[in-house]
Design a protein around this ligand. Structure first.
Ligand SMILES: C[S@@+](CC[C@H](N)C(=O)[O-])C[C@H]1O[C@@H](n2cnc3c(N)ncnc32)[C@H](O)[C@@H]1O
Length: 310
């Protein structure tokens, strides 16, 4: 029987076409996952091209290490959070890159591993950590955060219209019984939001908790800024995001990189001295084709944006 792929890389050809401009270059994959994009990058490079890769998930790292073993010393893999990409690169003896890829969020492998707690469809401990060494799980958050903090997270990170109500049900529910599993949480959410909905009522709460557990938005912005600093002129930074909160951060950061003087227009001369540091290559984000979507439904909300360092 054919084995199910750990993860199908999204916008695969688009990423490689935009990213790999120097076949002898050095590239950084910040989100190695199952190693699909990484393998594609290595195949496009010549024998003197090199890839450095990061992931924070031990299981993903094991899958990717095995997959990329034929490339030998041309690939170096690190367990870390990509917010520390500078530390990783110095450790790898690298101070300039030709391209960086961030394909953020969780992989299909992580969603399908029932025990991780990322999916509201499984009845498992409420965990959601990508890095199992991270001390805080989603269960810790729902059992200990104050009601107003839960409301804020659900509203800001889940764009959940019923944030206040769900937070109230979580807080009163946990007084009766500790919330330990995905099902415990889904039950409370269904009590807070009874009635039929087109999409699963727990979808936005799970997204919000995942973002909080893994500090996803905070580390993304840090990595974009650090990453740009390591690119050679002409080097490219490509980011695939999966929801509007991430895409907004990428879009705004790229806009800021591409903007020069920010002085008020009434000033006769520039006093801020700000110069653009990058050029936006994708005025509108690239989306998966109909063909890709028909083969991989998880590509649905993917958006690719790319900048080139000046
Ligand atoms: C969508 S998958 C990447 C899939 C990969 N491009 C492939 O072709 O298989 C995202 C991966 O990034 C990792 N990840 C997400 N945020 C991370 C972070 N802040 N630091 C390191 N790894 C991270 C996840 O653990 C996951 O394995």
């Amino acid at each position: 029987m054919e084995q199910k792929a750990y993860h199908i890389p999204v916008l695969y050809k688009e990423v490689l076409d935009y990213l790999v401009t120097n076949r002898s270059g050095t590239y950084l994959d910040c989100t190695l996952g199952g190693g699909g994009h990484a393998e594609g990058i290595l195949r496009r490079l010549s024998s003197d091209g090199r890839l450095i890769a990061i992931d924070q998930d031990d299981r993903a790292l094991a899958v990717a290490r095995e997959r990329l073993s034929p490339f030998g010393e041309r690939v170096t893999i690190f367990k870390n959070n990509f917010e520390n990409l500078d530390v990783v690169l110095y450790g790898a003896g690298c101070d300039a890159l030709d391209g960086i890829l961030l394909d953020i969020g969780v992989s299909s492998g992580q969603l399908d591993e029932g025990d991780r707690g990322f999916s509201y469809k499984e009845d498992v401990p409420l965990d959601m950590r990508m890095d199992m060494e991270n001390p805080q799980t989603a269960a810790d958050i729902v059992n200990h955060y104050k009601e107003e903090d839960l409301t804020r997270i659900l509203f800001d990170y889940g764009e959940e219209a019923h944030a206040r109500k769900i937070a109230r049900y979580i807080v009163s529910g946990r007084q009766e019984k500790k919330i330990e599993t995905t099902t415990d949480l889904v039950t409370l959410i269904k009590k807070a939001c009874p009635g039929k909905t087109r999409k699963h009522p727990a979808r936005k709460t799970f997204q919000a908790l995942r973002i909080e557990v893994n500090r996803e938005l905070e580390v993304l912005e840090k990595a974009l800024r650090k990453g740009l600093a390591f690119l050679k002129p002409g080097g490219r930074l490509a980011v695939i995001s999966f929801h509007s909160l991430e895409d907004r951060i990428v879009k705004n950061c790229f806009k800021e990189f591409a903007t020069g003087c920010t002085c008020p227009p009434e000033l006769p001369v520039c006093v801020c001295g700000k110069k653009p540091t990058a050029r936006i290559l994708t005025k509108k984000p690239l989306l998966p084709s109909e063909e890709e979507l028909s083969e991989n439904y998880r590509a649905h909300s993917a958006k690719l944006r790319v900048v080139e360092k000046l």
